[in-house]
Design a protein around this ligand. Structure first.
Ligand code: NDP
Length: 498
């Protein structure tokens, strides 16, 4: 790991994908790029491995997955260092990310049998002579395509649940973080050495596209909404089902009875952790008029204390060099349209870093409010009341997460947010609660990872009816008589006709 490249820009050298530290340009990883044929071979091998994996049953898979999570826990510092070097985020943020992923592996492993395993389902009077049976069978091979911003948490959010459900998984990590992806599959292979149940293919976007067309039985995609459209189009060719975890522009609402210190602390964390490169990061804040000024003061004071730099800082470099242009454009657009920077501003953009920036009085039409910025920036807007805050928060096509600070009305407001998730009096916390589903609406995608819904996402419902007695009112047979039909009509009027 000595060669120095343009910081953060992956390069291809002799068929290898070379990832680099966005802070220093030091080489972080070097992985072979998979051809289309190799992607297909990986999927074929995974299919055979998956059959063996299914044969382990829920208990056998739980044991292996728990051993994997133990390995991650034991080596957490090593993995965190790699995440830090390859993606740029502070080590402490990497630790938090990995802890969350470990929790998800643990929960998925322990609960897959209960949620997906065979069970009896109550029948109803209309078919009382049959018993009902339900189970969720694995799809086969799940292709997981992941982004760079949470290179452990996002793939594991799909992969751990897919594996627990009995699928094999082929992962295509982001070209910015292939070494982290490879670390994950290598560590899994230590506890499942028999067959390639969880493997990775590396390369640029075309390798992700090849994975979509490789014959996988489901694709779990996490990334931008623009790429999600391409993934869906590719999967449509073969009717391959997809799960889309897309982008976001999450809003936080600060109501008049909020604890403003707590709100400011959570807002700065939710907006600026991982340098704001968080799908569920807070990017827009709507604070009601009566608390607006006091809230902005508190946010500026806290955000102004954050340190920025390569090592030991609160905020690391922007991982993707071209994202800096987006962040700069949004800050400029906010200022040009009449907004004010009460912290940071255009001068905060110092590649590869962006210093905390807080913008107020920004018109809603501005790109800074409308588009995903993915930087340590916040817009804070003054609203008349919580109703106006909800209306504005819900005005974008995105709908991933959100946050509400307040007392009396906070939960009611959270329920009205057009989003898949919301946290009351905190930010981002729903991502770490393995018992809750995670996913968005609208341009933020569909389908769910995490929790019981996340397990069911990776199994297909298999319904079985079994006769347990002779039919008293035979109807689904050509042996029925007019009398049977007449009795059926009479019964149905008694049962449902009132
Ligand atoms: P991208 O959409 O650029 O890339 C995501 C993944 O898709 C990468 O592995 C990428 O490979 C791959 N890819 C690129 N082109 C194709 C294609 N045509 N077919 C198949 N796969 C392809 O997203 P980013 O990596 O930039 O991640 C940031 C985005 O992810 C943000 O919008 C963020 O909000 C979102 N995100 C959503 C989350 C959620 O849970 N909803 C969680 C985390 C992030 P390569 O990198 O090689 O181009």
């Amino acid at each position: 790991m000595t060669a120095v490249h343009v910081p953060g820009t992956p390069v291809i050298e002799e068929g290898q994908l070379v990832s680099t530290s966005p802070a220093t340009g030091t080489e972080a990883g070097r992985l072979p790029i998979a051809s289309d044929a190799e992607v297909r071979q990986s999927v074929d091998r995974a299919r055979a491995a998956g059959e063996w994996w299914v044969g382990l049953g829920f208990t056998g898979r739980r044991d292996r997955l728990l051993r994997w999570r133990a390995l991650l826990a034991k080596r957490i510092e090593q993995l965190a260092e790699l995440v830090h070097v390859e993606g740029g985020k502070p080590v402490a943020d990497a630790i938090v990310e990995i802890v969350t992923a470990i929790e998800h592996i643990d929960w998925a492993a322990r609960n897959a049998g209960r949620v997906l395993g065979p069970r009896r389902v109550r029948s109803r009077l209309i078919l009382a002579e049959f018993s009902g049976h339900l189970e969720y069978q694995p799809h086969g091979v799940v292709g997981v395509i992941g982004p760079w911003n949470y290179p452990v948490f996002t793939p594991i959010g799909s992969a751990a649940y897919a594996l627990a459900a009995g699928n094999a998984v082929v992962l295509k990590p982001s070209e910015y973080t292939p070494a982290v992806g490879q670390w994950l599959v290598d560590s899994f292979a230590e506890v499942v050495p028999e067959h390639p149940v969880f493997t990775a293919v590396h390369g640029l976007g075309d390798v992700g596209a090849a994975l979509c067309r490789s014959g996988v039985d489901k694709v779990a995609f996490t990334g931008s909404t623009a790429t999600a459209r391409k993934v869906m189009a590719a999967c449509a060719e073969t009717l391959t089902p997809v799960l889309i975890e897309g982008g976001g522009k999450d809003a936080m609402i600060v109501d008049s009875d909020a604890d403003l210190d707590a709100a400011a602390e959570a807002c700065v964390w939710g907006g600026m952790t991982n340098a704001g490169q968080t799908c569920i990061g807070i990017e827009r804040v709507y604070a009601v008029d009566s608390v607006f000024d006091a809230f902005v003061d508190r946010v500026v004071a806290r955000a102004g204390r954050l340190t920025v730099g390569p090592e030991g800082s609160d905020i690391g470099p922007i991982t993707m060099p071209r994202q800096i242009d987006v962040i700069r454009r949004h800050i400029d657009a906010a200022i040009d349209s009449g907004g004010r920077a009460v912290l940071g501003g255009p001068s905060a953009v110092q590649p590869p870093y962006v210093h905390p920036t807080v913008l107020v009085d920004v018109p809603e039409e501005s790109a800074a409010v409308q588009e995903e910025t993915f930087g340590p920036t916040l817009t804070i807007s003054r609203v008349r009341d919580a109703d106006e805050a909800v209306t504005r928060a819900n005005a974008l096509p995105y709908g991933l997460g959100g946050s509400v600070f307040g007392r009396r009305r906070a939960v009611a407001i959270a329920r009205r947010l057009r989003s898949g998730m919301a946290s009351v009096n905190s930010t981002l916390t729903f991502a770490g609660m393995s018992t809750l589903p995670f996913g968005g609406v609208g341009d933020s995608g569909f389908g769910r990872i995490h929790g019981e819904d996340g397990l069911r996402e990776f199994g297909r419902a298999k319904a079985i009816t079994r006769r347990r007695a002779r039919s008293l009112l035979p109807s689904m047979t050509f042996e029925r008589t007019p009398t049977d039909v007449a009795r059926l009509v009479k019964a149905i009027k008694v049962m449902y006709g009132r």
